[in-house]
Design a protein. Structure first.
Length: 383
């Protein structure tokens, strides 16, 4: 049995509020569409055809260069049906399967069952039972119950004999008919379809709440600690905020002890070397450096590694001055560096109860803990 697979790729992401094609969402270190296509890397799949917007053909083609299985890109249409019809012209195998690009969680078990059912019955449509109660509503606002045992939720993939599905689309084009899925057109023009078991986890990414399905596949925690002496003639900077005081922190850079602890926490979570290695105090380039600019570089490293900040919790140990009024500004500055809301940042201050160098007002220390998650959903497509 040989099958060609059609995966329409024309999603705009408007219902998710993305402003770009939702199939380009990051998922497991790749795009969502790459995960969907990879599920069909099977011995009986001859090739995969991706109909997409003309402006995105080059982008989708670049995603699948050297993929190891023939992936052909073609022009999509104004509707899903037109896209499938265009893709059918490139299909040559006896059987064809159509699958939603936004269903990246499809399993081989589901695909194999559909393939076997189609070979036996001529068609196969993945579907799942309904667990909730079902009611039919009427225009007047009334409703009545439906036996949920008689209802199935239709998914993809949907398998057909290629010539029959091609005929159904040709007749639909002639009649000006459309449908929400291929099975409906097949039933209208060819005959009944066969249902087979799908998978409740084979969800379609549609609404903003579905973004939770792209749960980060990586979670990291890091800790950082730093201490600097207080001396006269230096600015006192914490978390990128200059605080009026008769002394400042001594260091090669601006000695922002809080930001240094934060950077080490993030670098630790990433599994990278600490700031002493990244920004050595023996390098003249970092003399008097703005630690917030260095934090921007660390945040960029996190993004490059595929991680975004979940939350940050830091404590400054300082006898004087009192920091209470400056803490909200620190949270805002740190949040800016990570491109996140300040609600993800917590900075606290305490004293050392007059003990040690800190208690004598000779030094300030900070400790920071952070958690990072992979696969942040970006405001715009990076591809």
């Amino acid at each position: 049995m040989k099958v060609d697979v059609i995966i329409p790729c024309g999603g705009s992401g408007s219902r998710m509020g993305l402003g770009y094609n939702k199939l380009l969402l990051p998922m497991r270190g790749r795009t969502l569409i790459e995960n969907t296509v990879s599920a069909f890397f099977l011995p009986y799949v001859n090739k995969i055809v991706l109909p997409c917007a003309s402006a995105e053909k080059g982008l989708f083609r670049s995603l699948f260069e050297g993929f190891g299985l023939p992936v052909e890109i073609c022009d999509g249409g104004g509707t899903r049906g037109e896209s499938v019809a265009n893709a059918l012209r490139l299909c040559t195998s006896e059987y064809v399967a159509v699958h939603d690009g936004a269903r990246p969680f499809v399993t081989r078990k589901t695909i194999d069952l559909c393939a076997k059912t189609c070979k036996l019955m001529g068609t196969a449509v993945a579907s799942v039972a309904v667990s909730d109660s079902v009611r039919v509503t009427r225009p007047d606002g009334s409703s009545s119950p439906v036996d949920r045992n008689t209802v199935r939720l239709v998914q993809t993939p949907q398998f057909f004999r290629r010539e029959e599905l091609t005929k159904a689309y040709a007749l639909a084009e002639k009649d000006g008919s459309s449908a929400t899925d291929d099975a409906q057109l097949y039933e209208k023009y060819i005959g009944a379809v066969s249902l087979c078991d799908g998978d409740p986890h084979n969800r379609k990414m549609t609404d903003p709440s579905d973004l939770e399905l792209l749960a980060p596949s990586g979670f990291r925690v890091g800790a950082g600690w730093d201490i600097h002496r207080l001396v006269e003639g230096r600015r006192f900077v914490l978390g990128g905020v200059e605080i009026p005081f008769e002394k400042g922190l001594l260091g090669h850079s601006d000695a922002d002890v809080l930001t240094h602890a934060v950077m080490d926490a993030v670098l630790g979570a990433l599994g990278r070397r600490d700031i002493g290695c990244l920004f050595p105090d023996t390098d003249p380039a970092y003399e008097g450096a703005d630690s917030m600019a260095l934090l921007d570089e660390v945040a960029a490293l996190a993004k490059k590694d595929g991680f975004a900040l979940n939350n940050l919790s830091a404590t400054v140990i300082c006898e004087r001055p009192k920091l209470k009024n400056s803490i909200p500004k620190m949270c805002d500055r740190l949040a800016q560096a990570f491109g996140c809301d300040a609600s993800r940042i917590n900075v606290a201050a305490t004293t050392s109860e007059k003990t040690g160098d800190i208690g004598r007002g000779e030094a300030v220390a900070a400790i920071a803990y952070c958690s990072l998650s992979s696969e942040k959903v970006p405001a715009k497509a990076d591809a």
